[in-house]
Unconditional design. Structure first.
Length: 244
């Protein structure tokens, strides 16, 4: 491409007229171009482009080499700016990841420090408060869901299976608490699914049973952990067993 200084006065004048015409009718010209390319068959257009590139491959490579040789400084500057942008974007991404990692670490630290209180609050307060709100909105639908997905058929076996998988047998001192948490998970699942009109209730019950049983284990093992930290032994009189 020749620079403006290489043009003759007549060529420069004609080029100026062309630019002025394009600026004055830019929207109209662009609309005509869009309509044209939309009317052209895409497969035919793609074949035409491939054929043009095949026939003019060597000429295109020669033009590109010539252009790069004439614009080394410009290309170098463009590459430098692109590299700086990529570097800044990469550093920003790394900074965001570090901040996310710190937030996650703080969140885990907060949970570890307060998990007993959080689990007790979820089982004893938040769950019942949520169910009361749902019951005030759609009590009839809740009854329909409880009839369609009864506890004996969809929750009892799931709870016992989950407890057996985690080696929490009937003689375990937390068995009753965990089973009660599973029943609460069933009720919460029914209320939640009824409000949202979910149909995958069985899968939702399974998920919430696992979460609520974990909460029951955390809440019930607070005393055990305190004894472990103080190098004491805990005695459960109701089951006549000793746990370290």
């Amino acid at each position: 491409m020749r620079k403006g200084t290489d043009l003759t006065p007549a060529q420069a004048k004609r080029q100026a007229r062309q630019k002025a015409y394009y600026q004055a009718h830019r929207d109209e010209i662009r609309q005509q171009q869009r309509e044209y390319y939309q009317s052209v068959d895409k497969a035919v257009h793609a074949a035409r482009v491939r054929e043009y590139r095949r026939k003019n491959h060597d000429a295109f490579l020669a033009y590109r080499r010539e252009y790069r040789a004439k614009n080394k400084e410009r290309i170098t500057e463009y590459n430098r700016r692109s590299w700086e942008k990529r570097k800044a974007k990469r550093e920003e991404s790394q900074k965001e990841r570090r901040m996310t990692t710190v937030e996650q670490r703080d969140s885990r630290t907060y949970y570890e420090r307060n998990r007993y209180a959080l689990c007790r609050r979820r089982l004893g307060e938040e769950c019942f408060r949520a169910m009361e709100k749902v019951k005030a909105v759609c009590p009839e639908r809740i009854e329909q869901y409880m009839e369609q997905w009864p506890f004996d058929a969809y929750a009892d076996r799931r709870i016992k299976s989950q407890l057996w998988w985690w080696h929490i047998y009937p003689q375990h001192h937390l068995y009753d608490d965990c089973y009660d948490a599973g029943m609460l998970a069933y009720l919460y699942s029914i209320h939640r699914c009824a409000m949202m009109e979910y149909q995958h209730v069985n899968q939702y019950i399974a998920k919430m049973v696992r979460i609520f049983v974990i909460c029951a284990l955390n809440a019930g093992r607070e005393t055990e952990n305190l004894c472990r930290e103080s190098d004491l032994r805990l005695c459960h009189m109701d089951h006549d067993v000793f746990d370290a």
